[in-house]
Design a protein around this ligand. Structure first.
Ligand SMILES: [Fe+2]
Ligand SMILES: [Fe+2]
Length: 240
């Protein structure tokens, strides 16, 4: 129901209702609540030694999720739902790493309710957040699919917080070795492609697969939900 229709029915001013469409993520991301959620989540992960999961990661996942659905011709409402879910997908880490997917869905529910986002939109966003780490790799919805691919594709040097190379574990090393990662959609071939530049003097392409095999399988299943294949191009060479 549009804002105008609702006002006409109730005869009273609608104070907080946020229509999900272009600009909705910009609005939500600028709220004080969003800043606290992202900051607390990233602080928790920093304390336990995880890679960067702050505003940079949030923006990248939102951008990739948006790009995928836009390229596939989805309507602006669905595209914005994916961008919002992508931006907030990791805020559950504010309560701890374990079950951060489910926790995040409910933290974001509070934010969405504050701005009177309708139930169905809330559920689509919550489903994507709650399933972005799904161990069975189940992907039931296209918004979830876009968020999963966006999240699993954000591997990058700048996510490594550890500054002492000598103490890098394999995760640090593989992340540090990736100097560029991006996602594009080949609409003709119906394929979503993860493009990587890997500095092979730091980590081998094999190590990348060793660490990220599950991510790749999850991305492939998510791409299938969108009616697409999933491919990887590393240093200009097609790997999958
Ligand atoms: Fe996560
Ligand atoms: Fe993430």
């Amino acid at each position: 129901m549009s804002k105008i229709k609702l006002q006409a029915l109730t005869g009273s001013a609608v104070k907080n209702r946020l229509e999900i469409g272009p600009g909705a993520l910009d609005f939500l991301a600028s709220t004080p609540e969003a800043k606290v959620l992202l900051d607390r989540a990233d602080r928790y992960l920093e304390a336990i030694g995880y890679t960067e999961h702050g505003v940079r990661h949030a923006k990248v996942v939102a951008k990739f999720a948006r790009r995928i659905l836009e390229a596939l011709g989805k309507d602006p409402h669905t595209v914005e739902l994916a961008a919002i879910a992508g931006y907030f997908h990791d805020v559950g880490n504010a309560l701890g790493r374990q079950h951060h997917d489910l926790a995040g869905a409910f933290l974001v529910k509070d934010l969405l309710m504050q701005y009177e986002v309708p139930l169905e939109d809330r559920l689509i966003i919550m489903e994507a957040i709650a399933n972005h780490e799904n161990e069975r790799l189940d992907v039931a919805d296209e918004v979830t699919a876009a968020v999963v691919i966006g999240d699993k594709s954000d591997v990058h040097r700048t996510r490594v917080r550890n500054t002492e190379f000598i103490t890098f574990d394999i995760h640090d090393r593989v992340n540090y070795a990736v100097t560029r990662s991006t996602v594009r959609v080949d609409i003709q071939k119906k394929e979503i492609i993860l493009e990587l530049e890997i500095d092979t003097s730091i980590s081998s392409v094999t190590e990348y697969f060793e660490i990220f095999l599950t991510r790749m399988l999850f991305s492939r299943k998510a791409a299938r939900r969108l009616g697409c294949g999933f491919g990887i191009l590393a240093n200009g060479v097609r790997l999958a």
